[in-house]
Write a protein that binds this ligand. Structure first.
Ligand SMILES: Cc1cc2nc3c(=O)[nH]c(=O)nc-3n(C[C@H](O)[C@H](O)[C@H](O)COP(=O)(O)O)c2cc1C
Ligand SMILES: C=C(O[C@@H]1CC(C(=O)O)=C[C@@H](OP(=O)(O)O)[C@H]1O)C(=O)O
Length: 403
């Protein structure tokens, strides 16, 4: 399976292509649009989310609501584009047009068109300018921006539907920390049946009291001109054992999940199962003892988070990602002006206060894409029906106590 995205944050559109998903996945434009809407939800988002629409068009690979096995191509138009036609024009623009809005003197348009020379610490601005030889951070931030994750969520929705329809794997994402506010230890884990409630919660948190505290934490940070990070968790229910493999670094499921989660903008840590807590435990309290219950091999606990030896072990998959605070801090951090070399304060434009809530939905999409690839590696199959048959045959071929 292969997928890629293209597109700039304020360009005309984002584009996504995925090749290698089988025929027979039931998915419609409205399903993908709903997934895109989930990514826009949540406390801490900036003003752009309020007025921008994700205008989706499926260009290839799906016919009458069913995938046909060919590459799926889709476009998400940026409804912001009309304001950016000059500054992001693919064709050359008269420099005079970039500095002054023809006739209106609109301050916002003038500032949109100015070169950005006060790079934000924590964003891609400074190193991107050095690496690509730009005297302006604009071309850097346009692609570094997490606007790109809209495409990942769109492609991830097709992958999630494949996982559910072919293997009964269902994903749940939620927020477990915002800044200093954390879900209390011992709080129940959400189930697939809880997804609607999570989608409706502004903090995407399963614990109502903690959600309130998280929203207050975000309100306080916004008021203080500051930003916040946090931690999100993705759970996958219905995992068959044996996705991924110990045979090489490339094939290990935990390594692939870490790479895909770390590839999300602002993610600075990934944990599988109890990860960092496990490091502090003794072996006798770190692992998941094996027992047979009702003829099935199961674990007494799930500290490993559903993987052993780079393979799914049949327990619920549980991964977390740590999101750093947004680097466009309204209080403006110290930086330099790259033209004069003098001390200055970083660019500040409208921005999110916290990306934690959307990051949960994006992490879910990345897990879906990773698991879809791992499932196909295991089963092969050109249609959903064939994947189902192959998976059933594999599961039936294992020792009877494991079925
Ligand atoms: C959903 C989402 C929204 C984001 N929104 C902003 C934002 O409004 N302003 C900002 O400075 N960074 C934002 N970020 C983070 C930057 O994209 C990210 O910090 C930057 O690309 C540098 O990459 P790095 O943090 O992975 O090193 C967002 C990230 C995500 C996942
Ligand atoms: C547009 C999205 O997120 C953007 C991600 C982002 C960044 O620097 O990552 C910066 C902001 O862009 P702008 O400065 O144009 O408001 C966010 O709004 C989106 O998620 O759809």
């Amino acid at each position: 399976m292969l997928w890629m995205t293209a597109g700039e944050s304020h360009g005309p559109a984002l584009v996504g292509v995925i090749e290698g998903l089988p025929a027979g996945i039931e998915v419609q434009s409205s399903d993908i649009s709903s997934a895109l809407a989930r990514r826009r939800l949540g406390a801490g988002r900036g003003s752009r989310q309020k007025f921008e629409k994700d205008e989706l068009e499926i260009l290839a690979g799906i016919r009458h609501g069913v995938t046909i096995g060919s590459p799926i191509a889709l476009v998400i138009r940026n409804s912001e584009w009309p304001k950016w036609t000059k500054v992001m024009s693919p064709d050359p623009v008269d420099p005079a047009d970039l500095l002054i809005d023809a006739g209106t003197g609109d301050e916002r348009e003038i500032s949109r068109n100015k070169k950005l020379t006060r790079p934000r610490p924590g964003h891609a601005d400074l190193v991107g300018m050095m690496k690509y030889g730009f005297d302006d951070a604009r071309p850097v931030l346009e692609r570094a921006s997490a606007r790109e994750t809209a495409t990942r969520v769109a492609l991830g929705e097709v992958a999630a539907r494949f996982l559910d329809q072919a293997a009964g794997i269902q994903l749940v994402s939620h927020v477990v920390r915002v800044g200093s506010v954390e879900v209390p230890e011992g709080t129940d884990q959400p189930w697939p049946g809880d997804v609607t409630a999570l989608d409706e919660d502004p903090a995407r948190c399963f614990d109502a009291a903690t959600s309130e505290e998280m929203q207050n934490e975000i309100r306080r940070a916004t008021k203080d001109g500051d930003t916040l990070g946090g931690v999100v968790e993705v759970l996958a229910y219905g995992m068959p054992p044996g996705l991924g493999s110990y045979i090489s670094g490339r094939t290990k499921l935990d390594a692939r999940l870490a790479q895909s989660l770390m590839s999300i903008q602002a993610v600075k840590g990934v944990e599988v199962g109890d990860g960092f807590t496990t490091a502090a435990r003794r072996g006798s309290e770190a692992h998941d003892e094996i027992v047979v219950r009702e003829g099935r091999i199961v674990r007494k606990t799930n500290r490993a988070g559903g993987t052993e030896g780079g393979m799914s072990n049949g327990e619920v998959l549980r991964v977390r990602a740590a999101i750093k605070p947004i680097s466009t801090v309204p209080r403006a951090l110290s930086t330099i002006d790259t033209v004069t070399g003098e001390e200055s304060t970083a660019i500040h434009q409208r921005s999110d206060t916290s990306a934690v809530v959307p990051a949960a939905v994006i992490a879910e999409a990345m897990v879906a894409l990773t698991l879809a690839e791992a499932l196909l590696d295991k089963t092969g199959g050109d249609s959903v029906a064939e994947v189902r048959r192959n998976l059933a045959a594999y599961l039936a071929s294992r020792p009877v106590t494991m079925s």
